[in-house]
Design a protein around this ligand. Structure first.
Ligand code: PLP
Length: 386
């Protein structure tokens, strides 16, 4: 076995307080039981508390009963089921685009789409903080990758001028709600720059889908930017509480993706129970269009409690609320202390976030009631101060 190079890498990570482990939890969601004790989980992406929603589970079960456990083939062979098409039609309608395409995960939606939009002769302009799946996709595409300062429209404008299209394609990529900072991109201004330069624009709405906009359709829809955003990407793994990713786009781009997105073509179609659950979520979002607004009001309240104690929540303006700590080991120590007190608040460290910016990343969900938020705020404030 030629594995002698592995342990030193792990030792080094441990030395820097960066060793990672995947701990098993008895269940998911914002409020869980561990060893019979109720714990508030601020590290779940089940923002709308829908993972155990009865209608969603029924829809998932119905799909399972009707189609079995798997789609049994890739989409272009015999894996496309009527429910895949139904989900795509509903996603397109809700997102305000002519078409949508479902992928196996959000990661795959990004990994599949970006290399179709750009290739070796082209340039991608990426916000400094875009998710790893977008960066991996850029590398896969072979395009020149130009980063611009986070949410800085002027910096983006300068970059676009510095690296003109000159006959090739330009693609701007950003998130609408940033996954680790919880802040919001200036989408209108970015869209205007994209228009000015004739660049394509792709926005990852992983954390805005379900949580912002009409029926949870996201921020592109809220601002009426569908015509200037080439690709609206989303995932069924956050507020949708399940699994799978998607893009909403023009019919032409959908056709092109079906023909050339490798992460769409060379993989098995998502399983029926997962697609059924996503359809159930869309029913819930349609029937209860204010869920996102309630979530944001609760998050505002929680942030105000933390601000009152002068904790630094960075530029958060969503259900994702970081608390800046800085030092990796301190972030882990605070997270451990809170865990002992029944609060799960994951410490997020480099390389997920830039060096020196370790933080607690808190996600408010609809499982957290006002008294939960007040209790959690008190414990968090004490743990961070000590
Ligand atoms: C901004 C962003 N994009 C994409 C993804 C990938 O989505 P998924 O977990 O569905 O693969 C995530 C989450 O991991 C994310 O936070």
């Amino acid at each position: 076995m030629r594995e002698d190079w592995m342990q030193p890498i792990l030792d080094e990570a441990k030395f820097h307080g960066l060793e990672r482990t995947a701990r098993a939890y008895p269940e998911g969601g914002g409020k869980i039981k561990i060893d019979g004790k109720e714990v508030l989980n601020f590290s779940s992406n089940d923002y709308l508390d829908l993972a155990h929603h009865r209608h969603v589970m029924d829809c998932s079960r119905e799909a399972l009963d009707r189609y079995g456990i798997g789609s049994t083939a890739s989409r272009l062979v015999t894996g496309t089921l009527p429910i895949h098409e139904e989900l795509e039609a509903r996603l397109a309608k809700e997102k305000g685009y002519p078409a949508a395409l479902v992928f196996g995960s959000g990661y795959m939606a990004n990994a599949g789409t970006i290399p179709v939009l750009v290739g070796r002769d082209d340039t991608v302009f990426a916000d400094k903080l875009v998710h790893a799946s977008m960066i991996d996709a850029c590398k896969l595409s072979g395009a020149k990758l130009v980063r611009f300062a986070h949410n800085d429209v002027q910096a983006l404008g300068k970059r676009l001028e510095q690296f003109p299209a000159a006959g090739s394609r330009q693609l701007i990529i950003t998130e609408s709600v940033f996954s680790m900072d919880g802040d919001i991109a200036p989408l209108k201004e970015i869209a205007a720059l994209a228009e000015k330069h004739g660049a394509m624009l792709m926005v990852d709405e992983a954390h805005a889908s379900g949580t912002f906009g009409p029926n949870g359709a996201g921020l592109i829809r809220e601002h009426g930017l569908e015509d200037s955003v080439t690709v609206s990407m989303g995932t069924m793994s956050k507020a949708f509480a399940g699994y799978g990713g998607f893009v909403a786009c023009s019919s032409t781009l959908r056709k092109l993706l079906v023909n050339s997105a490798r992460a769409f073509i060379y993989t098995t179609a998502p399983p029926p129970a997962v697609i059924g659950a996503a359809l159930g979520i869309m029913d819930v979002l349609e029937a209860s269009p204010r869920l996102g607004a309630i979530l944001q009001a609760n998050a505002d309240y929680f942030r105000s409690l933390l601000h009152a104690a002068e904790l630094d929540t960075m530029q958060s303006a969503s259900q994702i609320i970081p608390i800046a700590i800085g030092d990796n080991e301190k972030a882990v120590a605070v997270s451990k202390k809170l865990r002992d007190q029944g609060i799960i608040a994951a410490a997020i460290r480099p390389p997920t976030v830039p060096a020196g910016s370790a933080r607690l990343r808190l996600s408010v969900t609809l499982a957290h009631h006002v008294d939960d938020l007040e209790r959690a705020a008190k414990l968090i404030i004490r743990a961070v101060r000590n």
